[in-house]
Design a protein around this ligand. Structure first.
Ligand code: HEC
Length: 159
């Protein structure tokens, strides 16, 4: 039993190691491990939906309630989840097609796709700074810029 599951983990590991772009992303095997591309697609879609909910809650915290303190734990969570380190390993090469809205272009332009997440991280950091300074006008602007960052990637890489 134990042996069997160990084998499964090892097998998953070697499949991941074969997926080109992934190698650069998680050389130490950190982040979620996926048994197969379909599982990665399911995970990333759920994850992106949670991220969307988190951003919506932050808009409520910062724009409606002007509550930087309440926003802080959500901002910390967003910084962790809306990042290349967390999301890129789920974009296993070739995991597009049925059940996914990802365009194959992602793997043709992997570096540009990665850069989209670097931009996202920068936007989240800027939002966090504005919230820490309790500058709600700036936070409102940063939230718009954050949404632009989401949308500009979607325009190019999502159906
Ligand atoms: C660098 C590219 C990139 C960035 C940045 C990005 N996304 Fe996405 N997003 C994608 C791709 C690609 C898909 C399609 C994934 C799939 O279906 O396999 C997607 C799908 C989604 C989905 C649909 C999930 C589902 O299946 O219902 C939501 C919601 C979403 N993203 C929200 C966001 C939000 C909110 C942000 C910004 C905070 C964001 N994304 C930033 C690339 C990106």
């Amino acid at each position: 039993m134990l042996r069997k599951s160990l084998m499964a983990v090892l097998a998953a590991g070697s499949i991941l190691a074969l997926a080109g772009p992934l190698q650069a992303e998680s050389p130490n095997g950190e982040g979620p491990l996926f048994e197969n591309p379909r599982e990665a697609v399911t995970w990333r879609r759920e994850e992106l939906k949670s991220i969307e909910r988190l951003v919506r809650q932050l808009r409520f915290d910062l724009v409606n309630n002007r509550d930087a303190r309440g926003a802080e734990p959500r901002l910390a969570e967003l910084a962790e989840r809306a990042s290349g380190e967390s999301l890129l390993p789920a974009f296993i090469e070739g995991s597009h097609g049925r059940g996914s809205e990802a365009r194959p272009l992602i793997w043709e332009e992997w570096e540009a796709f990665e850069a989209g997440f670097a931009d996202l991280e920068a936007r989240v950091a800027a939002l966090r700074e504005a919230a820490e300074a309790e500058d709600y006008r700036l936070a409102t602007r940063e939230l718009s810029d954050l949404s632009l960052s989401c949308r500009s990637c979607h325009r190019r890489y999502r159906y």
